[in-house]
Design a binder for this molecule. Structure first.
Ligand SMILES: O=P(O)(O)OC[C@H]1O[C@](O)(COP(=O)(O)O)[C@@H](O)[C@@H]1O
Ligand SMILES: [Mg+2]
Ligand SMILES: [Mg+2]
Length: 332
């Protein structure tokens, strides 16, 4: 059987199904090329001297790894000149990045977490890139205000996971498709179409070292899971925590489960741990498109009106019934 490359898939989505515009198609092609370049840089590791810290902090006050900086540069460089974008925003940069005057401008806004899970990079564990695309509101400059749109307005979201294989997971708002990087040919090939997250699960992901900081509803939910077949759930649950959101979410997409980075007393002042615009919104769109659910414990993630670019939120996402259960505990 002939393989469907990402390029062919996107052309068909544009030409035959009218799901995306030609500009959005080209934009996704460029992002996918940048992900290939990041995958190659990561793959070289110590041979290219790319591991370790960059010796700087980002806008979030977090230590930047060399590969955080390199991945950010790759994405900026690849996307600046194509003419599809009005602007870009990155987890690693304080302010939106305007397209330089010498290049044509387009109607889209691209947001990204260039390297997710970067604390894992030096121990050779999966990391990724997460991205989201919005339209720049008509007549608006691509300043911070233009980016502050709820996740429901995303026209596309995706992530690359750099693991044993490099995968690109993409939604254009009509389901979720998974592409695998064929390294010899340098192209992404469709390997799983219309992915659906199983509704029920026996697996959960949370950083349990934070348990003493959790709110009551989260404690109750996790205690019930830990009680296993002797508890109210009547079955045993397994726990996994990679500490790269891309890898944890990808496992859930593949075999079900629930991922939680809830609000706790440690992160309350900053609003949570994960970033709304670069992590929560794109992942929530993907998870919903795959039949799952995503809330902050109280509200649907995609309905949250952002107040600032680097806003943080609590995140609970994955198999629908589990997300609904813990969300309902927050209302009691
Ligand atoms: O180290 P912790 O507290 O378990 O946090 C892990 C979480 O932090 C993150 O690494 C944050 O992402 P960045 O690496 O992009 O800052 C998530 O990928 C992951 O889910
Ligand atoms: Mg991240
Ligand atoms: Mg990051």
């Amino acid at each position: 059987m002939r393989s469907v490359t990402l390029s062919r898939f996107l052309i068909e989505e544009q030409r035959d199904k009218n799901v995306i515009s030609p500009d959005l198609r080209l934009l996704i092609e460029v992002v996918s090329r940048a992900c290939k370049a990041i995958s190659i840089a990561i793959g070289k590791g110590s041979l290219a001297g790319v591991l370790g810290s960059a010796g700087s902090d980002n806008v979030q006050g977090e230590v930047q790894k060399k590969l955080d900086v390199i991945s950010n540069e790759i994405l900026l460089d690849a996307n600046e000149w194509g003419g599809h974008l009005a602007g870009m925003a990155s987890e690693e940069m304080e302010l939106p990045h305007a397209i330089p005057n010498r290049y044509p401008k387009g109607e889209y806004l691209l947001l990204f977490d260039p390297l997710d899970g970067s604390s894992n990079i030096d121990v050779n564990v999966s990391v990724g890139t997460i991205f989201s695309v919005l339209r720049c509101p008509e007549g608006m400059d691509p300043n911070e205000q233009a980016f502050l749109q709820p996740g429901t307005r995303q026209v596309c979201a995706g992530y690359a996971v750099y693991g044993p294989t490099t995968l690109l997971v993409l939604t254009l708002g009509d389901g979720v498709n998974v592409f695998t990087l064929d390294r010899e040919f340098g192209r992404f090939v469709l390997t799983q179409g219309d992915v659906k997250i199983p509704e029920e699960t026996r697996e959960f992901a949370i950083n349990a070292s934070n348990s003493r900081y959790w709110e009551e509803p989260v404690k109750r939910y996790v205690d019930e899971l830990l009680a296993g077949k002797d508890g109210p759930r009547g079955q045993d649950f397994n726990m996994r925590w990679v500490a790269s959101m891309v890898a944890d979410v990808h496992r859930i997409l593949s075999r079900g489960g629930i991922f939680m980075y809830p609000i706790d007393s440690k992160t309350r002042a900053q609003g949570g741990k994960l970033r709304l615009m670069y992590e929560a919104n794109p992942m929530a769109m993907i998870v919903e498109q795959a039949g799952g659910a995503a809330t902050d414990g109280r509200r649907r993630i995609l309905d949250i009106q952002p107040e600032k670019l680097h806003q943080r939120v609590p995140v609970i996402l994955g198999s629908k019934r589990e997300v609904e259960r813990i969300t309902s505990y927050h209302g009691q």
